[in-house]
Ligand binder design. Structure first.
Ligand code: URA
Length: 233
């Protein structure tokens, strides 16, 4: 269920304030009935909304997966660098899509983009504990002691991290699972145990793995099943 004013403002030029005004002017009908409040809850998929007796076609949100290459910043605009939006085909750009969280300019892999603010919040909010898995290459050999330190919560200058899972896969390679998304978090965590991250790639969010047929720089829409997997931990 969504708020009527949010649904209308996401689909039209009207702000939520405008919607309130339209409601007060008795210009909005929901399922054929004039409404007197703009914040009522509706199911946009099964509700007809009329503005001045014209049907509002509710277009569903857009959800994209990108295999991010190096060299692109996770932003909508940047003064000097290319952004991930530069990799998105024109046909998806009619909506206000934005990256869900950030990957550093030199980090590669799984990045989601959407125009759905609630969805983005559910993935990035540390309170939701959605797990993110990264492949890491470091400059020094990884140790059992590092696993213990990650597990007990690395102390960063902006506070202690939640316990993280460090799985060593080779001398200098590992998988790291975190459920937060602080600024440069993985690089700073390794910094605290004396290691430098040379390569970083995100490969999983929730239970959704970066599809191996999605080459670097490529983007495609997500299926409903994939959306469920992302939010499923
Ligand atoms: N942690 C980092 O340090 N960088 C990223 O891009 C993602 C997580």
């Amino acid at each position: 269920m969504d708020r009527l004013d949010k649904v209308i403002s996401s689909q039209t030029e009207f702000s939520r304030k405008d919607v309130k005004k339209l409601v007060n002017e008795r210009r909005i009908k929901v399922n054929g009935i004039l409404v007197n409040k703009s914040d009522i809850k509706i199911d946009p998929k099964n509700t007809s909304i009329l503005i001045d007796n014209e049907i509002l076609e509710v277009v569903q949100n857009i959800y994209l997966v990108l295999n991010k290459p190096k060299g692109y910043v996770s932003a909508i605009k940047d003064k000097k660098d290319l952004t991930v939006i530069d990799l998105i085909p024109e046909k998806y750009l009619s909506r206000n899509i934005f990256p869900v969280g950030r990957l550093d300019k030199d980090t590669t892999g799984l990045l989601l983009l959407t125009d759905d603010g609630n969805f983005a919040h559910n993935i990035t909010s540390p309170k939701k504990h959605i797990k993110k898995v990264y492949e890491v290459l470091t400059d020094i050999e990884l140790t059992e002691n590092m696993i213990k330190k990650f597990k007990s919560g690395i102390e960063l200058n902006d506070g202690k991290c939640e316990p993280a899972l460090l799985e060593i896969t080779g001398k200098n390679t590992a998988l790291v699972t975190i459920s937060e998304g602080r600024y440069h978090q993985i690089k700073r965590m390794f910094g605290c145990v004396g290691a430098k991250v040379l390569e970083l790639k995100r490969i999983k969010i929730g239970n959704f793995i970066l599809p191996d047929d999605l080459v670097e720089g490529q983007v495609r829409t997500l299926t409903n099943l994939e959306l469920i997997k992302i939010l499923d931990n």
